[in-house]
Design a protein around this ligand. Structure first.
Ligand code: PLP
Length: 465
């Protein structure tokens, strides 16, 4: 297979998957045999499916060797590029040492080291790491832990949960209970145990003249009112700190998290931080909560922690919660498990990821890179169809203002296709265009990304339907 050099200045090319090599064959076989996630499969009758053959750095390559910059880090997981040599080397070494051993009754270096290093990253506040595979399973674990900890302490009636308007915490039945996205939830409504939904702190819905901090304060009023009425029945509140990603990169002021911490302390409610999307440096600090100067009682981590290599999630908990389970009675323990809990390969990928953070000064370098991208995107603020150009750390977004309903409804799909023609993998959420690139782009690539995003946006707006 020939390899096209990753030169960010090559001209856009039309994407013709079906005609290139054996791509059409793989697409047809996939559409016949693979049930793709979060997809209405019938849409693939006309929506392109990219037959990915390999990845290298920021680029994914299809079977005809067309390249696409993975500007959303493959659903927000890939931090240091595809086929990163240092993560690859760690995994190869681990593969020859220990591929897997059950974590009940056994332990191994990668799990112990990872738990210790994450503990240290929380200033030794969240000292116990419980391992799982995906984000949703971490959320299930945090909810069960919170309820069971209260129960073990004699508060059997604390069995309700609170989530924030427009929140997204995953798609298993329990996680849907604390998710507030109708599209994912409504079909399963009869199966779901619904949480209380409190007002959104989203800075975009601030009233005229109101600051993001004032909007956050107003949102806290609804939490306070709920806690005053029902805290005795509430086990935990779960929040996506700083950015509600699936809601369309809705960003809020850090003071919201400080307010939540204060209210949860005052009313004896656990605070669960879902850092599955925003952890691992995405918002500028390793954990988003650091920007508010708070720690939650339980913290869920996944996605980027394995560098985007292997399914891994972790729930970090405070000593008080851990100790609520520590007993002679088996039934008072946390009897939750998954077959691949603490998989050594996944943990080793995570350790290699943490090594990259430590050795390459990643968080400091990301501040500089984010400034470059922010400045390159800044002219969009004057675009007549752009609203709320915003960023937090390495997350960038704007909302497309489209008056025509049919154009707005089809915007995301059309933008995606237009982006592919420009060697860009970008999937807007509704009419929100967002960038969440891996941390490895150089300045030239950052400018290229900004320019291609704008070209794609203009081409999509110009289409007649
Ligand atoms: C904040 C948040 N929580 C939970 C999840 C669910 O993670 P997973 O898709 O790995 O189950 C996601 C996924 O996007 C997420 O963004």
């Amino acid at each position: 297979m020939t390899t096209r050099a990753a030169n960010p200045n090559t001209t856009p090319q039309a994407t013709t998957f079906a005609d290139s090599g054996d791509s059409g064959d793989w697409i047809a076989r996939s559409l016949k045999a693979v049930w793709h996630p979060c997809t209405q499969m019938k849409h693939h009758e006309r929506l392109p499916l990219i037959p990915v053959s390999r990845g290298s750095g920021a680029w994914l390559y299809d079977r005809a060797d067309n390249r696409y910059m993975d500007a959303i880090s493959s659903w927000w997981v890939n931090l240091f590029g595809h086929a990163n040599p240092r993560i690859n080397a760690a995994l190869k070494d681990q593969l020859d040492t220990l591929e897997h051993a059950m974590l009940a009754g056994c332990t191994h270096e990668p799990a112990v080291e990872l738990a210790e290093r994450l503990n240290a990253l929380t200033d030794h506040t969240l000292g116990h790491a419980f391992f799982a595979s995906d984000g949703a399973s971490a959320v299930e674990i945090a909810l069960k832990m919170s309820f069971h900890a209260w129960r073990n302490r004699g508060h059997d009636d604390k069995r309700e949960f609170v989530c924030v308007a427009n929140s997204y915490h995953g798609e298993t039945i329990g996680a849907l209970g604390v998710t507030d996205v109708a599209l994912f939830k409504d079909a399963y409504d009869p199966l779901i145990r619904h949480a209380h939904v409190v007002a959104s702190p989203d800075a975009r819905v601030a009233q005229p003249g109101e600051s993001a901090a004032q909007q956050a304060e107003r949102a806290l009023d609804s939490v306070r009112a709920l806690f005053e009425a029902r805290a005795g029945k509430i086990a935990a509140l779960i929040v996506e700190p700083l950015v509600q990603c699936a809601a369309g990169m809705a960003m809020h002021d850090p003071s919201y998290l400080q307010g939540l911490r204060t209210l949860c302390d005052r009313f004896d409610v656990h605070l669960i931080a879902d850092e599955i999307a925003v952890g691992c440096g995405r918002t500028g600090t390793f954990f988003a909560c650091e920007q508010a100067g708070i720690w939650p009682d339980l913290l869920c981590l996944s996605k980027g922690i394995s560098g985007g290599y292997l399914p891994l999630s972790i729930v970090l908990s405070r000593d008080e919660i851990y100790e609520a389970f520590y007993d002679d009675d088996t039934a008072r323990g946390f009897l939750h498990s998954h077959s691949y809990t603490g998989n050594p390969l996944a943990c080793r990928a995570a350790l290699a990821t943490l090594d990259l953070f430590a050795s390459d000064n990643v968080l400091v370098e990301n501040v500089r890179k984010s400034d470059v991208l922010r400045q390159a995107l800044a002219p969009l603020a004057d675009h007549p169809h752009v609203r709320h150009l915003r960023s937090r750390g390495t997350i960038f977004a704007f909302d497309a203002h489209i008056a025509d309903a049919q154009h707005a409804r089809t915007f995301s799909r059309r933008f995606f296709e237009n982006a592919l023609k420009r060697e860009l993998l970008l999937r807007p959420i509704g009419t929100t265009v967002y960038l969440m690139p891996p941390y490895i782009l150089d300045d030239e690539q950052l400018h290229w990304l900004a320019a291609r995003t704008r070209e794609t946006f203009d081409a999509t707006l110009a289409e007649t339907l």
